[in-house]
Design a protein around this ligand. Structure first.
Ligand code: HPA
Length: 236
């Protein structure tokens, strides 16, 4: 059985799914790291692959950009395909001056300006957080994989619905609350994990810094993306 957005059969998806935003990045991770990788989805171009890494089954699928997109795909992966762990691997814009491009951020929590996480009408505000066992394992793996080449930070991010904000200084209020960086998906992923009994983590590399105006070259981006994928694969 498939879903409206995913033509994979139920057993085609592994317990661990890596989700880069870009489906071509999913193809790249599958080609570079998975053995016997098989493409299991191409509906709407949202490529998904399943193969093995160190003898363990792993899937990798694009999430698209933004919370509605990752919200749909991760919901179906947890609910219909019974995935156990979803790791977003993506980029973020840092808010703090002392965070360098290509540093890695493990999103312990995800604040949001999106209505996605208020859909269950709790009598208050739900705080989307990552799974601690995944966070700890990713932190430990990152120390081995990244070493002293770049910093690994753990903390809060903002999952924003808006990339092109009207107010250019809006981000400073989040920075003043100690939020490390902005991206556009983690809060919906964490919300779905909580709702459906799955585990989730967002591992992010810093592609640009809003405080310093720095942005990374394509080679730096590629190298830090590779390390991020390696950290995520250690979670299988
Ligand atoms: N905003 C939102 N998402 C991002 C950014 C940003 O500046 N950089 C990388 N992902």
């Amino acid at each position: 059985m498939t879903t409206v957005h995913n033509q994979a059969q139920k057993g085609d998806i592994a317990d661990l799914v890596l989700m880069p935003g870009d489906p071509l990045r999913a193809k790249h991770v599958a080609e570079k790291y998975l053995s016997n990788a098989k493409q299991v989805n191409s509906v709407r171009g949202m490529l998904a692959f399943t193969g093995s890494y160190n003898g363990k089954h792993v899937s990798v699928m694009g999430s698209g950009m933004g919370m509605p997109s990752i919200g749909i795909y991760s919901y179906e992966l947890f609910d219909h395909y019974e995935a156990k762990k979803i790791i977003r691997i993506g980029t973020c814009g840092a808010y703090l001056e002392d965070i360098n491009v290509a540093d890695i951020i493990l999103a312990q929590g995800a604040c949001t300006n999106s209505a996605y996480t208020s859909q269950n009408r709790l009598n208050g505000v739900y705080a989307p957080i990552s799974d601690f066992s995944l966070l700890l394992a990713a932190y430990e793996a990152s120390q081995k994989i990244v070493g002293s080449q770049r910093n690994v930070r753990v903390g809060n991010v903002l999952s924003s619905d808006v990339f092109y904000t009207i107010d250019p200084d809006e981000w400073k209020k989040w920075r003043d609350m100690g939020v490390l960086a902005v991206e556009m998906e983690a809060a919906a992923l964490y919300f779905n994990a909580a709702r459906l009994g799955g585990k989730a983590l967002a591992i992010l590399t810093v592609s640009d810094n809003l405080a310093t105006g720095e942005s990374s070259s394509s080679e730096v981006r590629e190298k830090s993306f590779t390390q991020m994928a390696q950290i995520a694969l250690e979670l299988a």
